[in-house]
Every structure is written in structure tokens, then in C-alpha cells.
Design a protein around this ligand. Sequence first.
Ligand code: F0G
Length: 458
Amino acid sequence: MHHKVTIEPFRIKVVEQIKLTTEEERKGYLEKAHNNPFLLTSDQVIIDLLTDSGTSAMSANQWGGIMRGDESYAGARSWQRMEKEILDLTGYPYILPTHQGRAAEHLLYNHLGGKGKVFISNTHFDTTRANIEFSQATAIDCLVPEGKQPELVYPFKGNLDTVQLLENIEKYGAKNIGAVILTVTNNSGGGQPVSMQNAREVSQICKDHGLLLILDACRIAENSYFIKQREKGFEDKTYREIAQEMFALADGCIMSAKKDGLVNMGGFLAIKDLELAIKCRTVLIITEGYSTYGGLSGRDMEAISIGLQEVFDPDYLHYRIKSTTYLGNKLDKLGIPTIRPVGGHAVYIDAKAFYPHIPPHQFPGQAMVCEMYLKSGIRSCEIGSVMFGKYDDKGNLIPPPLELVRLAIPRRVYTVSHIDYVIETFVELLKEREQVNGYKITYEPHFLRHFTAHFEKI
Ligand code: F0G
């Protein structure tokens, strides 16, 4: 029989109680959190779609691995296992374990960056951009035009625009380019995939100009799923083979294992170049830990080795992408403006289109995030002017092109009834959308302000 229903390909072995709250209670919680859901405690949240990062449910196999973790300071068995797994997957011989993705970013981009240096990416994720700018270098996004039109259906909206890449190489000079970074999938652009063809073209341009190409591979299994489904010539390859082919096109990768590593903490930098590895390893030992554990305990490394295998399981990936698509398609049917087609790890809502009466400087995304929380205790993340807005010399906001709200789906955590609860919430938000007001910022730090800023309703 052909089944229309895609089931979760797992049974639940351990449960974690969700504390249910009332709308009245949530009003008080949000006020205390200065209208910034990042400042809520997790007990105040019913369904947490803030991020898919570090929120995965580990398998029984991974928990078994946790018990086998070898906590030796140097040369632990768990390290050897993780190193072997990453080498096999990526083909990069020099592997530096870090406590999460941004620590790996800091090692690499602080070394390659500095004043006058330029980095080019399809879209820099916020920590990537922050690490580059922290080194006083410049981060330039070169996304294909298709990726900037939320409703346009196009198979690879995460592709890097090679015309703009060449223009920037011409403009800044190859010697001033720290690296080209291909983020798969393109988180900030809607979790949209990058095609192998695009990766090949970018790789060739980098080779021609002597540029370093780095993959931000934290969702490379999800990207491989899209390639197999959408790109000609990959129908008969395994997801892992597709990922391996993409790794082979680059000079190294950064991976936050908190995504497609299916773990709660961990990351790594893996590169081909020995000299670069030695430079980064020195800083790794000073800031993270000795080179055979970096920022990780043996049990973390054990869980990562297993997670990196499980994530390429066809049944898992099918369920994973199908369940994200389920939410996105239902919202689309309701008439909620979302980034189409649905990406891999999250559904992105166009808050500017949903609340056309709220201008970017009053943060329509923040308004939606707060409304969702108040209505149903759902926590989500603004990806718009709060996260990426800049100021001009006069202190006026320069908004990014899109005002998005991200509903990120933790891996193997929520069932379809949790997702139906989210969909139900949007039916309500639709009815009341004209009554919703924007917000103003009353406190903000200089870097990564979305984490700690305070907001006041206008
Ligand atoms: N690169 C990308 C594309 C990411 O999405 C993230 C994290 C990182 C790097 C940094 O990794 O968190 O382990 O330090 N993204 C999370 C998110 C935070 O919610 O999308 P990290």
C-alpha cells in the first residue's frame, strides 16, 4: 500500500514533561523578559521553535555511546572515533574539535580576517558575520536574486551568485579575500539548499583565483536531501555520497554539530591545509582545549560520531524534510506569506507581508514572535531588522531585505500534533493581525543584539 502519511520513524523511549501555561501567565512572563523571547526561561515555553540547534533528541544508540565515552585527556578512543568519522565524511585530514560552531568560526576567521580583509558568502549566518566583523574584516553576502524573492519557487535559492562573486574578486583583489564561505543550507536565507552545480562553479572560481573555499556544513545532510530530490544526476547516489562530493569541492569546513550532528553540543573545523591547521590548532589549545578534545568531553565526541551517521539515514531525512514541509504547506494554505519552497530545518514567515502596517523600524518580526508566544506559548525567532539591522551615520535603521520569523524545528523532538497546535495558532493570528502594533528597542548591545535587547510595545 502507498501511504500518504509520513510517520515519525522512531518510538518515544523517554519523555520530557511540557509545562502548560495560560495566556495570562504568559503576558507576565513576556513583560518580565522585556518582550524578547530569548530572555524567557524554558519552563515558560510550551513549544520551543527558537532554534534547531542543540535541541535534537539523541537516539538510544547515542545515549549508549555517552556511557562509552573515553574521558582521557590526550588521544581518547572517543576522539579517534570522531576523527575517523569526520575524515571519512569530509576527506579533510586536519580536524579540530570545538565546543560549537562559532568557536570553530572564531579560530579560522580570526586567523584569516583582520582589517582590509573581505569574506564572501551566499549569506553569512549571524555568528559567522560577527566573527568576521569582530576581526575587523568585512562580510559580503552574494545570494542569487532568486533567493531574495520570498514567494518565488526555485529549487536552489541558497546558491551563491557567481557573477557577484567575480565582481567582488575584481573589486577587492584576490589577495584581500579571506575566504569564500558556502553555507549549506542557507540558514539566513530561509534554510534553502545550494546545488552541487553551484558548489562546482564556486569551487572552480576559487581555484582560478587561489581563494580558500570553506563549507559551513552544519546542515549538509538536509542539503543533500534536496540535491537528491531536485538535481539531475543524483537520483541514485546516497545522501552521504552527495555530501562527500560537496566536501571534496572545498578546502575545509566548519560544522556546528548541534544541527546535523544530532547532538546537544559540539562542533569542529576540518581543513586540508597543514599550515593553516597548525595556526588554528595553537589557538584551539589556548582557548578551547587540547587538540584531541578541544571544547568537548569524550562522551560528546562519541555522540557526534554516531549522530553524523544517523543523520544520513534515508528514513530519518525523509521524515525530517517532510515534517518541515508539512508545517510550511499548511501555513501557505492558510494564506500566511512564507518563504517558498519550504527549507530544510525551518519555516520562515514573511512578517513584513503579514503585518504590512508595521514598518521595519518598528520590527514586524518581533511583533509576530511576541504574538505567537502570548497566544500559545510558542517561542520563535526574529530574523530581520532586530537580528541584522544596521544604523546609518544619523542613527536611522538600515533594514535587511527581509523581515522574517523563523519557526525552527528541533530534530526528532516534536510530533505532528505539536505542529498542528502551531498551525492552529496561526489561524488566530490571522484574525487579529490588523490590531497588532510594532515595538521599539529600549536597550541593545553592540554585537548580536537580538540575544539580549529589550523591547517596548508602541
Ligand atoms: N553557521 C550556521 C549556518 C548556523 O546556523 C549556526 C548556528 C552557526 C554557524 C554557529 O553554530 O551555534 O554551534 O555556534 N545557528 C543556530 C541557529 C544558532 O539557531 O540557527 P553554533
